[in-house]
Ligand binder design. Structure first.
Ligand code: ATP
Ligand code: MG
Length: 412
């Protein structure tokens, strides 16, 4: 149907299944986006008035599958009507495809009906979006759901996968490592393997469901943190991790207190000059006007901090000693474990949290994102969580004046 495109055996297995729910756990570069585009193309070309929804953790990711499906449709000789704003939508006769991000709890999706819903990187989409928003959209139409992803521990995506292994009729599932894509060069795979820990390679390329030893932030804590509904009140604080050499600059903005707080924003930037880094961070800080700003002042941090202080004199630098880093990470882990921090389903943040490892060393533990994965967002978030006052003090007044929050004194 699509001139010149042939599915590899794993893709063929997915396309052949008629199960109402299909779960495909596979490694990076397996051809997930390709098979999604092929499935969409086939459905839209069926001639029936099908409503197809493509969901991904972010809008950029959703757009990748959308553009590829559009290319396949053109190659099949179809001429759909395309609209990219406010969100990517494509119509072909009575059939329609719309591509959306799962952000904001899938608020933008509620109330619609669909015949086919495909979720790309499903393990990074919150379970509540799938169960409370997407599945009900299929109720009237008796439509199909396809969840496709690299694994992220033993979360809901894993449970769907297991059900498929037991059931096979209502739920079909397949786990397939990247090397099942015959078009993927072994040299590329070897290169990737040399850049990662073996655990990480097993997950990202071997499509293994591991909640391994050494993982600092357990998947169930993180997933629960996505479901919390805490009020946005109290002090706003920010954490910044500046880029060194080839890293990202990361910013996290959190509101509340250590006894209960909410992530308001998380951002990272790559490849910016020093001046641009400060500019990008400052633009975000202006939006939130944090009462407290903590930045890493290790390495290149000092000049960046000084520049930032010209506009935000209260920004504080933190020198990262091993002990301090451990305290920051432990505080973040504890807040997550005890359900005191509400997160945002930002796919980059979820990936960093998932791969953040504690490795025993001769002198204690080394805490960082596994080799090959960044940890900038985790560090920015840990700094912001550390900057929070211990208790919500917004309501405390002395002689009629609102008191400054009581920040922990043990910071720097
Ligand atoms: N059936 C196919 N025919 C031709 N090329 C394919 C096929 N399947 C996958 N590829 C190629 O393999 C590479 C990976 O495909 P794709 O981007 O779909 O993988 P992915 O699993 O979505 O990757 P990522 O993990 O980066 O999201 C691409 O270069 C794609 O063109
Ligand atoms: Mg992809």
């Amino acid at each position: 149907m699509i001139a010149g495109w042939h599915p590899h055996p794993g893709q063929q297995a997915f396309l052949s299944s008629r199960a109402p729910v299909r779960v495909l756990a596979c490694g990076r570069r397996w051809g997930k986006t390709e098979v999604i585009a092929a499935e969409i193309t086939r459905t839209l070309l069926s001639g029936a008035p099908r409503q197809v929804l493509l969901v991904a953790p972010s809008q950029e990711q959703a757009l990748l599958g959308f553009e590829r499906a559009l290319e396949f449709l053109h190659r099949a000789g179809a001429r759909p009507t395309v609209r990219r704003t406010p969100a990517p939508t494509l119509t072909l006769g009575g059939a329609r495809l719309w591509a959306r991000s799962a952000a904001r709890g899938g608020m933008l999706l509620r109330g619609r009906k669909a015949h086919l819903i495909i979720v790309d990187e499903a393990a990074y989409v919150p379970e509540a979006v799938v169960s409370e928003v997407l599945v009900p959209m299929l109720a009237d139409t008796g439509g199909q759901l396809a969840l496709i992803s690299t694994p992220r521990g033993k979360n809901y995506f894993y449970r769907y996968y297991l059900q498929g292994q037991e059931d096979g009729i209502r739920i079909w599932s397949l786990r397939s490592p990247s090397w099942h894509n015959p078009l993927l060069s072994p040299t590329v795979l070897q290169m990737q393997a040399s850049m990662m820990t073996s655990r990480q390679f097993q997950i990202e390329y071997g499509a293994a469901f591991l909640d391994a030893e050494g993982q600092v932030f357990r998947t169930e804590w993180v997933d629960r943190a996505l479901l919390l509904r805490l009020p946005a009140e109290g002090w706003v604080v920010a954490g910044i991790d500046w880029a060194r050499y080839r890293d990202y600059t990361a910013l996290a903005v959190v509101q509340g207190a250590r006894e209960g707080a909410k992530l308001l924003a998380v951002r990272r930037w790559y490849g910016l000059s020093w001046a641009e880094q400060v500019g990008a961070v400052a633009a975000h800080l202006r939006l939130y006007a944090p009462a407290r700003i903590l930045c890493d002042r290790t390495g290149v941090g000092d000049p960046l901090l000084e520049t930032l202080q010209q506009e935000f004199p209260h920004a504080e630098g933190v020198a990262f000693t091993q002990t301090l880093k451990q305290s920051l990470i432990e505080n973040l882990a504890l807040m997550l474990e005890q359900g005191r921090l509400q997160l945002l389903p930002d796919p980059d943040l979820l990936r960093e949290l998932y791969h953040f490892e504690a490795t025993p060393t001769a002198r204690g533990v080394r805490l960082e994102g596994a080799t090959g994965v960044h940890d900038d967002l985790v560090i920015a978030l840990a700094l912001a969580a550390w900057a929070l006052p211990t208790t919500a003090t917004g309501a405390i007044r002395t002689s009629g004046a609102v008191r400054r929050p009581q920040f922990p004194q043990n910071v720097i």
